[in-house]
Design a protein around this ligand. Structure first.
Ligand code: SF4
Length: 301
């Protein structure tokens, strides 16, 4: 990095994710969501430093300290499937979906050559990708079908954990709903899904729990039905995100998120927070599902 500046893109993050559960990680662009996903996949730039642990149970490696060889041979695509932000960019433009699926089957499974075709078709079916489109090239697919093709690639090895990084970016609402419902189907079949999104409507549709990130930290972690319904979010930033939705009051949070290399002392949300007090000059600890000195009181709690 020029000048050797150090930036804490993600700090003090802690969560778990069970099989058959979807956790939605939400927050504005630049809050650290995608950096966190990259860390879990061992895809951070070479000069990045990590501390802590990210364990794949049972008996899986620590994703933060495993070597590139271990990650490449036993984790990425095998135990953790990535559903990318931009499926069109993820697919190889000069090869058909079938050939890309078969190659992935060959690389990440023990399926013998004679079984490649059937295994590729099974993965396509799991992602609801139509078999009669398998011989098409990526540019011949709609946005929704490209998304399903990318999902099929992620499902080839039947990975127990899926990470979906902004899977609905650039899709129209109808396609967002269909994509999200298909991902939810993967969860209902027993996979864990970490979905990273700034689309709260999509998160509300798919998630069991929601984690809100701001300036590199999780500021609220809650059950999705409580968060999106009653009693609602407790952190002022989380409440502001929800109120900014068109179907709610459609009032944006004032101001902009801080640059990660210029975080204020204390609570990073304080300059934008109507509830800020002198106490907020101190960084709030994450406690009881929220990191805030003045969390919204929950009635009848
Ligand atoms: S700690 Fe203070 S500034 Fe930060 S969100 Fe809570 S009330 Fe607002």
């Amino acid at each position: 990095m020029p000048g050797g500046r150090r930036v804490a893109a993600v700090a003090d993050v802690s969560f778990d994710l069970a099989a058959g559960e979807c956790l939605a990680l939400v927050g504005e662009s630049g809050c650290g969501k995608s950096v966190l996903a990259s860390a879990l996949l061992g895809l951070l730039p070479a000069n990045a430093q990590t501390r802590g642990a990210a364990r794949l149970a049972p008996a899986g490696p620590d994703l933060l300290t495993a070597s590139e060889a271990v990650l490449a041979r036993t984790v990425r695509g095998r135990r953790v499937g990535l559903i990318p932000q931009s499926p069109a960019g993820h697919l190889t433009p000069v090869r058909t979906v079938r050939s890309q699926l078969e190659e992935t089957v060959r690389e990440v499974t023990e399926v013998p050559r004679a079984g490649l075709r059937a295994a590729a078709e099974r993965a396509a079916e799991r992602a609801a990708f139509p078999l009669d489109h398998l011989d098409r090239y990526p540019h011949q697919l709609s946005g929704g079908l490209a998304q399903r093709a990318a999902t099929a690639l992620a499902l080839v090895a039947d990975a127990p954990l899926l990470i979906a990084d902004e899977p609905t970016t650039g899709l129209d609402r109808d396609l967002v709903d269909r994509t999200v419902d298909e991902l939810r189907r993967q969860v209902d079949e027993g996979r864990g899904l970490l979905v990273i999104t700034h689309d709260l409507s999509a998160a509300a549709r798919i998630a069991d729990r929601v984690a809100v990130m701001y300036a590199g930290r999780i500021v609220e972690l809650a059950a999705a039905d409580a968060f999106f319904g009653t009693p609602g979010p407790r952190h002022p930033y989380a409440a502001g995100l929800l109120e900014a939705l068109p179907e709610r009051s459609f009032v944006p949070i004032p101001g902009l998120p801080p640059e990660l290399d210029a975080l204020p002392a204390g609570c990073a949300f304080a300059p934008r927070c109507a509830a800020a007090s002198a106490a907020c000059a101190e960084l709030p600890a994450f406690s009881g599902g929220v990191a805030c000195h003045h969390p919204r009181e929950v009635a009848d709690a």
